[in-house]
Design a protein around this ligand. Structure first.
Ligand code: TYM
Length: 357
């Protein structure tokens, strides 16, 4: 006899997102993602994950070994809390504690087509020239990401611009699943035929793509070998000042209007960062600093960045000094996450015909 699947239908608006614990959380992660996670919590039910299974797709240097992984997992959790995410009202946990992610990822490996995964630019970038030597896990990364989102039937996913393609793949997977199993889903009374929602990417905010401080054509990234390319959330005031002062610019003074930033990626990036940190529009920043020297603008940016980032970094340091407290937050979050993911996974097993208790 088959057990009766429990479903969550109809969809409830739900936000899901994740950050990899791979060290060096930076301003791009903060402005493109974490700060926005905190803003969304006021109007939505949110689930924020530390995606530790994703962190092992690139070998020991990125993974960091067991101690490095634990430290980085706690650091991302601390960043969520320091940014203001309420871990009682919302769910914060690490991915590996909810086994349903990995299980649904396997199912999605069998739904997604090789051609879809082959188009992922992030895989191409991360695998580099030696693709034959990349892990199968790195290739399967986007299917695990789709499972992260869909195992909660999440409807909205705040991410930086670089994740757009992965979100499109997630939608393709959801759509193919719904289509392939439409009759079975209806037969089981799980919904009128659409089991998974097609999640909407929320790529908005003033800085969905923060660029490197050393090269305005490259995004700010955890893996850039130059620490001067990024502002880390745990940088102290001196480090922030040095990095901003050394940030690459061009010989022209700042323009007075936004149109003047065209073709000047480094200047545009610094103005975007200023705008995102201050909440002011780029136009009004340029009205104030346009025509002047970069150094004047950079001094103002140092002051602003220190004022906004130092409290976050200090709070992260305070929180990570108590690893037991962080681990308790993750355990509690994982328990609540499991309560949502388990019934969905039960449904999926039932749809396929896996025998279960
Ligand atoms: P990760 O850890 O690489 O990045 C975390 C978040 O930071 C954003 N981000 C940026 N935003 C603006 N400018 C930048 N320079 C910049 N660099 C990074 C990323 O877009 C991301 O939102 N694949 C995801 C992790 C993930 C996930 C998920 C996200 C796994 N499963 C499910 C959403 C839903 C990633 O790249 O994380």
């Amino acid at each position: 006899m088959t057990s009766k699947p429990v479903s969550l239908s109809p969809y409830k608006p739900r936000v899901f997102s994740g950050v990899q614990p791979t060290g060096n959380l930076h301003l791009g992660n903060y402005l493109g993602a974490i700060k926005r996670f905190a803003e969304l919590q006021h109007a939505h039910d949110c689930i924020y994950c530390v995606v530790d299974l994703h962190a092992i797709t690139q070998g020991v240097e990125v993974w960091g070994g067991p101690e490095g992984l634990r430290r980085a997992t706690r650091e991302v959790t601390a960043a969520y809390i320091a940014a203001g995410i309420d871990t009682k009202k919302h769910i914060v946990f690490n991915q590996s504690q909810v086994v349903e992610h990995a299980e649904l990822a396997w199912i999605f490996n069998c739904i997604a087509r090789m051609g879809w995964a082959n188009r992922m630019t992030q895989f191409k970038e991360k695998a580099g020239k030696d693709r034959e030597n990349a892990s199968v896990g790195l290739f399967a990364y986007p299917m695990l990401m789709a499972a992260d989102i869909l195992v909660y039937r999440a409807t909205h996913v705040p991410v930086g611009d670089d994740q757009k393609q992965h979100l499109e793949l997630t939608r393709d997977i959801a759509q193919k699943f719904n289509f392939d199993f439409a009759d079975r889903i209806r037969e089981l009374g799980l919904s009128s035929g659409e089991y998974f929602p097609l999640p909407e990417p929320l790529i908005a905010g003033p800085a969905p793509r923060v660029m490197s401080l050393r090269d305005g054509s490259k995004k700010m990234s955890k893996s850039d070998p130059s620490d001067y390319s990024r502002l880390n959330l745990t940088d102290d005031a001196d480090a922030i000042a040095q990095k901003v002062r050394k940030a690459k610019t061009d010989p022209e003074p700042l323009p007075s209007e936004e149109a003047g930033l065209k073709g000047r990626p480094e200047a545009e990036n610094l103005v975007t960062i200023f705008a995102a940190l201050s909440g002011e529009a780029p136009a009004s920043i340029l009205q104030q600093y346009g025509g002047g020297q970069f150094s004047t603008f950079k001094n103002a940016l140092v002051e602003l960045a220190v004022a906004k980032l130092s409290p976050v970094g200090a709070e992260m340091r305070r929180l990570t000094a108590d690893p037991a407290m962080i681990d308790a937050v993750l355990a509690d979050g994982a328990e609540r996450a499991r309560a949502i993911a388990a019934p969905v996974m039960r449904d999926v097993r039932e749809i396929y015909g896996f025998i279960q208790e």
